[in-house]
Structures are given as structure tokens and as C-alpha cells.
Design a protein around this ligand. Structure first.
Ligand SMILES: Cc1cc2nc3c(=O)[nH]c(=O)nc-3n(C[C@H](O)[C@H](O)[C@H](O)COP(=O)(O)OP(=O)(O)OC[C@H]3O[C@@H](n4cnc5c(N)ncnc54)[C@H](O)[C@@H]3O)c2cc1C
Ligand SMILES: NC(=O)c1ccc[n+]([C@@H]2O[C@H](COP(=O)([O-])OP(=O)(O)OC[C@H]3O[C@@H](n4cnc5c(N)ncnc54)[C@H](O)[C@@H]3O)[C@@H](O)[C@H]2O)c1
Length: 451
């Protein structure tokens, strides 16, 4: 018996485990893989990919050089191994936390059976938190399980660096890897099902993104649906349907980046009375409670937007529910920023111009190409003045409704805009703020001037 059982070592779960144990609860955390201590973010997702993105942009000439990629993979492996060990220690040293290596499945709403190397063991708990994350959705196409067809995890160790990489899918994973492999010198082709990149976003931003990726060596093939993968023994041929016609592309490796599905299939959630939706995501209410009393779900597994910082924020909601007043809710979140780590990074928060106009809002849109902002030297200093800045402002209140920042450092600057939106700082106030110089934040002095 334990007070709290956490299934899966995700961002939210590991944070909550330490907090609840320090508050006097006995906590048991079950993780199915020793290679995943610390969860997806530090082992296979955010951190390792950003190491590779970083190293892909260190100047090494434009030619294909497999040794540069191999060195980056070594650095990735060293850093993630150190973080994994640190994450293990951070919980192992907390009194009240028990760590178990094993795979959990429900017996009922307060009992879980864990398959371990030493056999099955049952654990009962008053409170059970599901934090099992998501994994790449398998693509049900002929040859999709072939030796040269990868998902976002296996492609990080592809050997050697592919001379020709074909990416299926144009979401954040597809675009980040396309930009990164182009940086390492691969010739990259992205198959997008849509008419253009960022299909639901502003067309001008999509065009600038397409131009930047094209300049970097990425070919975007739009309106293209992959149909089959044929391994010839030396390369893979991808058959795609484009505008009613069939085309074939040869590649040395393929990356499938067509979404991630919640890890619920093996949990036997029905035994606990935990409802899932038609995508297999755990259904939760505004405070992350499932349909079974005492059972909660946090992170990617409940089917919301998949970001590490939202799993972390889920942890805050449960901390408040289990230790505090229980006031905090998912719907309290406003101005949640996102960044897709192409180069330069593409960060967004709030409404795009398209979304604002679709809602019939009276808006002013400040829009400028980065290279045309005379008071913004930082992108030129770091030798990447590409991109576009758009800020959507309510015409009467001058409140900021949203921003798209496609420029160097945007993964940092977008947090400033999000903070301004959350705290009602208006566009004129941001425009006349004092910023360090030279910095990327000082873009607002220029972009928002006169609003
Ligand atoms: C390539 C890539 C890049 C990404 N980049 C970013 C980024 O830059 N920024 C960002 O914010 N987000 C990024 N994400 C998304 C981010 O990684 C996820 O949103 C985040 O890791 C989700 O964490 P989580 O708390 O849901 O659980 P996870 O970290 O996914 O942890 C779930 C854990 O549960 C374990 N588990 C599963 N089933 C069981 C079971 N039955 N028993 C025991 N253990 C089990 C798993 O082994 C895993 O360790 C990226 C994702 C990918 C794939
Ligand atoms: N920087 C970040 O914060 C970051 C980075 C990577 C991933 N993530 C998270 O990981 C999650 C998964 O990312 P993703 O890019 O795999 O998924 P996604 O769902 O965001 O995008 C998948 C893309 O693949 C396309 N697609 C789907 N099925 C297809 C098919 N059969 N053929 C061709 N195209 C198809 C979709 O149209 C979509 O554009 C995202 O929700 C994202 O939030 C975040």
C-alpha cells in the first residue's frame, strides 16, 4: 500500500512525486524502461533533439559530412545519459519515494499489477496518477516497418547520416528534423498532405518559412500522401500520391512524423473504469480527474497539446488538488506559447492574424520582415536575419491578442509576449519599454512603434 502511485516517469509525474513525498505522502513511481528514467523529454524528445539542432547549425561547411553528425550524436548521448542519472538520483534520494522498474496495468481503480524482472507484484493506492505519455503513431502503410524507415526516436541514431532524407509529415517533428538534417548537410524532402506549410496559420508566415527551409536545402512537396515504402537493400523508394498522380522518391532514410498517440493500450483502463476517447486518450475534467474516483491523468496521455511545460503545469493543478485548495484548472491557462525549433525558431502565442480575422475582431497587425527592422541588429550579429515578426493587437484596447515570432531567440522572446498578454501589458507599453541592447526583445521598440 502506498498513498500515491504514479505510472510513468513523465515531467509532471516526477515533479509531483518529489513534492508529495516532501509533504509527507508515501509515493511509488513505476517506470517501464531504465532508458526512460526522467521521461521522454530528456531521453528521446525535447533535449536530445535540441542538442542535435544546435550542433547542426555550428558552421561546418555546407557539404555532407557524416562525422559532424556522429559527433553530435555522441554529445547527445553523453548529455542525456548524465541527465537520466541525475533525474534518477533526484527522486531516489527523497525519503518517501519508492522507485520500481516495471510495466503497470490496472486491476481495479485502486490496484495496479506491475510486471517486473522478478515477476508480477500488486500495488494498492488511494491516489493513482497516470503519466504514461505518448509514442509515435504507427503508419499503417506497406513497408512502413522497413529498416530504413524511422520514427523520431530511431532517426536520432541513424547511421550513417543519410545523404537523402525523406520526411513524411509537416508538424513540429517533421519540420524540426528537416531543418536539422539539412543543417548537417543531408538533402531533405518533406511530404506534406496540405496545400502549404502551417496549413491553419497565416499564409505570409508559411511562405517565409518555406523560403527559409528551401534556402537551407529542404524541398517541400505539398498535397502529397505517402502510400508505400519499398526497401531495395541499398535505399528506400517512397511511393506517394500527388494530385491524383503517383510519384516515386528515392531516399537513404525516411522519417515518419505523423503524430503521437497516448500510451494507454496496455494499461487495461477498463478494469479501473477509466474512460478513454476514440484516440485512446484518457478523458479528464478541468482538474485532471478521470472517470474513476482517485485516478488522475497528466501529460500527453490525456490527449491535450503535447508539450513538456504543459505536463509540468498539469503537475501544478494536481499539487493544488491534492495538497492545496483545489482551485487551479486547465481552463485557467491563457497565452500558452509554443516554439518549433527550425532555424531560426518559429514561436507563437495567442491568435494569429488569420484566427483574429476569422473571429471578426477589429485588429491592428504589426508585420515586418526581420531583416527590415533597422533597430534590431541582434539577428544580423548572429548572422541569421531571416524571418518575420507579426503582432496582432486589439484596435481599441491595444491589448496584444497574439504574436508570431519567426526569428533568432524567438523561443525566449515569445515568453515575454505571453507574460504581457497574461498581465494586460498593452502594445504601446511594450513598444516604449526599456530593453537591453543589442537583444532580440528590443524588436518591440521598432515593430510596435506608433500602434
Ligand atoms: C522529437 C520530439 C521533440 C519534442 N520537443 C519538444 C520541445 O522542444 N518542447 C516541448 O515542450 N515538448 C517537446 N516534445 C513533446 C514532449 O516531449 C512531451 O510533451 C513530453 O515529454 C510529455 O511528457 P509526459 O509527462 O506526458 O510523459 P513522458 O515524458 O512521455 O513519460 C511517460 C513515461 O511513462 C512510461 N510508461 C509508459 N507506459 C508505462 C507503463 N504501463 N508502466 C510504466 N511506465 C510506463 C514511459 O516509458 C515514459 O518514460 C517533443 C516530442 C518529441 C517526440
Ligand atoms: N518544439 C516542440 O515543442 C515540439 C517538438 C516536437 C514535437 N512536439 C509535440 O509532439 C507532438 C507530435 O508532433 P508531430 O509533428 O509528430 O505531430 P503533429 O500531429 O503535430 O503533426 C503531424 C503532421 O503529420 C501529418 N500527417 C498525419 N498523418 C499523415 C499521413 N498519413 N501522411 C502524411 N502526413 C500525415 C499531419 O497533417 C500533420 O501535419 C506535437 O503535438 C507537438 O506538440 C513539440
Amino acid at each position: 500500500m502506498t498513498d500515491v502511485l504514479i505510472i510513468g516517469w513523465g515531467k509532471g509525474g516526477k515533479t509531483l512525486a518529489g513534492t508529495l513525498a516532501r509533504a509527507g505522502r508515501s509515493v511509488t513511481l513505476v517506470e517501464q524502461s531504465s532508458a526512460m528514467y526522467g521521461g521522454a523529454c530528456i531521453n528521446v524528445a525535447c533535449i536530445p533533439t535540441k542538442i542535435l539542432v544546435h550542433d547542426s547549425q555550428v558552421p561546418h561547411g555546407t557539404d555532407y559530412d557524416a562525422t559532424v553528425f556522429a559527433a553530435a550524436v555522441d554529445r547527445r548521448d553523453t548529455l542525456t545519459a548524465a541527465m537520466r542519472a541525475k533525474n534518477y538520483d533526484m527522486l531516489d534520494t527523497v525519503d518517501g519515494v519508492t522507485l520500481i522498474d516495471g510495466t503497470a496495468r490496472f486491476v481495479d481503480a485502486s490496484t495496479v499489477e506491475v510486471a517486473t524482472a522478478d515477476g508480477a507484484t500488486r500495488i494498492s493506492a488511494e491516489t493513482i496518477i497516470i503519466n504514461t505519455g505518448a509514442t509515435p503513431t504507427p503508419l499503417d502503410l506497406p513497408g512502413a516497418d522497413g529498416p530504413r524507415v524511422h520514427d523520431s526516436e530511431s532517426i536520432q541514431h541513424v547511421d550513417p547520416l543519410p545523404k537523402r532524407l525523406l520526411v513524411v509529415g509537416d508538424g513540429p517533428i517533421g519540420l524540426e528534423f528537416a531543418s536539422m538534417f539539412a543543417g548537417f548537410g543531408s538533402s531533405v524532402r518533406v511530404l506534406s498532405r496540405h496545400d502549404r506549410l502551417l496549413a491553419r496559420d497565416d499564409e505570409d508566415v508559411a511562405q517565409v518559412l518555406t523560403d527559409v527551409l528551401t534556402d537551407a536545402g529542404v524541398e517541400i512537396v505539398t498535397g502529397a500522401a505517402a502510400r508505400a515504402f519499398t526497401d531495395t537493400g541499398t535505399e528506400v523508394t517512397v511511393t506517394a500520391e500527388i494530385g491524383g498522380e503517383t510519384r516515386e522518391f528515392a531516399a537513404d532514410a525516411v522519417l515518419l512524423a505523423t503524430g503521437r498517440s497516448p500510451n494507454t493500450a496496455d494499461l487495461d483502463l477498463a478494469a479501473a473504469g477509466v474512460d478513454v476517447d476514440d484516440r485512446g486518450a484518457v478523458v479528464v475534467d478541468d482538474r485532471l480527474r478521470t472517470s474513476a474516483p482517485g485516478v488522475y491523468a497528466i501529460g500527453d496521455v490525456h490527449g491535450g497539446p503535447q508539450f513538456t511545460y504543459l505536463s509540468l503545469d498539469d503537475n501544478r493543478i494536481l499539487e493544488d488538488l491534492l495538497l492545496g485548495a483545489g482551485d487551479r484548472r486547465v481552463s485557467d491557462r491563457v497565452a500558452v506559447p509554443t516554439t518549433t525549433f527550425v532555424t531560426p525558431p518559429l514561436a507563437r502565442v495567442g491568435l494569429s492574424e488569420t484566427q483574429a480575422r476569422e473571429r471578426g475582431l477589429d485588429v491592428i497587425v504589426a508585420s515586418t520582415m526581420v531583416r527590415d527592422i533597422p533597430t534590431l541588429p541582434r539577428p544580423k550579429i548572429v548572422n541569421n536575419p531571416a524571418g518575420i515578426i507579426k503582432v496582432v493587437v486589439d484596435a481599441s484596447s491595444k491589448q496584444i491578442l497574439g504574436a508570431t515570432l519567426f526569428c533568432v531567440d524567438s523561443q525566449e522572446v515569445v515568453n515575454l509576449v505571453a507574460l504581457a498578454m497574461r498581465h494586460g501589458i498593452t502594445a504601446p507599453e511594450l513598444a516604449s519599454s526599456i530593453f537591453t541592447h543589442p537583444s532580440t526583445s528590443e524588436m518591440f521598440n521598432g515593430v510596435l512603434a506608433g500602434i
